[in-house]
Design a protein around this ligand. Sequence first.
Ligand code: SAH
Length: 260
Amino acid sequence: MNDKVRAKKHLGQHFLTDENIAKKIADTLKLSGYKHVLEIGPGMGVLTKYLLEKPVETHVIEIDPESVEYLNAHFLALSGRIHSKDFLKYDVRQLFGDQPFAITGNFPYNISSQIVFKTIEMRDQVPEFTGMFQKEVAERICEGPGNKTYGILSVLTQAFYKAEYLFTVSEKVFDPPPKVKSGVLRLTRKEDHQLRCNEKMFFRVVKTAFQQRRKTLRNSLKTFNLSDSLKEDAIFGQRPEQLSVEAFVSLTQKIENDTV
Ligand code: SAH
């Protein structure tokens, strides 16, 4: 067997080589309110070994059979908790039932947004999410209104989680080095993570509004067939990037209550 996993580009494999940074990422978990942690994309386990020192039960999910073989050979303590699966297609309840768990990882950057969207879907079970993304993606998730990068990912995440950008990581500490810098973030679920509006409608409004982010809501939300009187409301003269999460919730309520 090889003593290292060969990096495969199509799986977004860039292995972290700096032990201090690996430890620092593992330390981003506050370990409060859950006893299980799921690491996505452990690769050769650089982060995993620090997670194993924590007073929680760590499971890892890895799509690459070569990495899985490596982990099975090197991490006997993880026996039975190495899952050879695609995170995006896997039903995590098979591991944790209804128990809460945290998600962490130095994630595969080619599926960053999907990882966040899947986490949002599972939010009732995920009180905390930390880890490393491409820097721009980490920034976008944490960005507030009024900024160019504020968008769908920011609003949908922040509707349910407090988002903190923690620190930037240089491309030089990866093998092979990626073309971009990386950023580590922490998402902490809000105490009250129920939306005060219809959730499906909220997602639809946010996505539709940002599809034409330079237009006013009056124009970008035309397909909702809103009444003329509602469209007079000042909020419709704004562009999506000006709206806070709360403003999107209130906009959704208005749309729900609109009768043409
Ligand atoms: N955490 C390791 C590896 C990071 S590279 C480190 O820091 O060194 C990203 C890892 O995610 C790779 O091991 C890759 O095989 C894995 N991966 C990619 N797509 C995946 C998916 N859909 N499900 C689970 N793991 C995935």
